[in-house]
Design a protein around this ligand. Structure first.
Ligand code: SF4
Length: 266
């Protein structure tokens, strides 16, 4: 087995600059080539995640899709997952929290009504369940887009995920709203029907409302908490930056990621 090496966010700067010129499909092909079967896609069964599901469904052996079911999702979201599974032939790995929402409420109260409680609830119902994939993959395909603004306005294509010790690969980072709509129309991508009811983004049924056409896309997330809660933390680049983020991976994998030729053993 290859010796371990450290891969920091700073190591990825040049590659991220180069990758800004690549299409999502080119980035997906690169990721499959580098990570083989140690890769999965993440989807919350809304717009961008569904586009990724469609893109990978056309690949020779589609990677699995990881989906966190918090137990308080809309039925339409679960139905969308089932359609993507049956109609696109995808393997969807559904992760769930240890407690039902009722058990959690009995033990801890209604957490999502305060900003601190929301952080704890998202931690318990989204981030801890996702910890189950740690060690299974070296990369996760994400669906963050710069066109969504806010923290995502500058999200990198490649970012290290120190919690899961893997690389996040946001293949749609540069995909504009127009490109998304064109791709969806051209390929009749299966969509979560809630988008037609005014939901621009879709999370838990407790914490998501539709938005007005004049509002920012994420205005419907945690609306009851005011403008302080906008992200849940399941995507690390949404949160405050860590000081020197880095992950530990086998040296030969780090070399493959960075496109280095391994001539040191000659
Ligand atoms: S979005 Fe709301 S209900 Fe869902 S995990 Fe976060 S705080 Fe809890």
């Amino acid at each position: 087995m290859s010796a371990m090496a450290r891969l920091s966010q700073a190591d990825l700067v040049d590659l991220n600059n180069t990758f800004n010129q690549r299409t999502p499909q080119e980035l997906l092909a690169w990721a499959v080539d580098v990570f083989g079967d140690r890769i999965a896609a993440m989807s919350s069964m809304q717009l961008a995640g569904n586009v990724i599901c469609h893109m990978i469904s056309g690949m020779p052996s589609p990677m699995p899709v990881v989906f966190v079911d918090t137990g308080v999702l809309f039925q339409e979201t679960l139905d969308t997952r089932d359609r993507l599974s049956s109609e696109y032939g995808l393997t969807i790995r559904t992760l769930q929290p240890a407690l039902t929402m009722q058990q959690q409420t009995e033990q801890l109260g209604i957490l999502y009504l305060t900003t601190d409680g929301q952080k704890q609830c998202c931690e318990l119902r989204k981030n801890v369940p996702l910890d189950a994939v740690k060690g299974d993959y070296d990369a996760l395909i994400g669906s963050l887009r710069r066109a969504d603004g806010g923290r995502r306005g500058t999200c990198p294509i490649l970012s290290v995920d120190t919690r899961l010790n893997l690389l996040r690969v946001n293949v749609l980072a540069n995909f504009s709203d127009e490109q998304m709509q064109e791709y969806i129309a051209a390929n009749s991508v299966i969509l979560n029907p809630l988008h037609d009811q005014g939901f621009s983004t879709i999370g838990c049924n407790r914490c998501t409302t539709p938005v007005l056409p004049t509002e920012p896309k994420r205005a419907g997330r945690w609306r009851h908490l005011g403008p302080w809660s906008v992200y849940c933390g399941i995507n690390p680049t949404d949160m405050d930056p860590e000081r020197a983020p880095a992950v530990d991976m086998p040296q030969d994998l780090v070399d493959r990621i960075l496109g280095r030729t391994t001539d040191f053993s000659i």
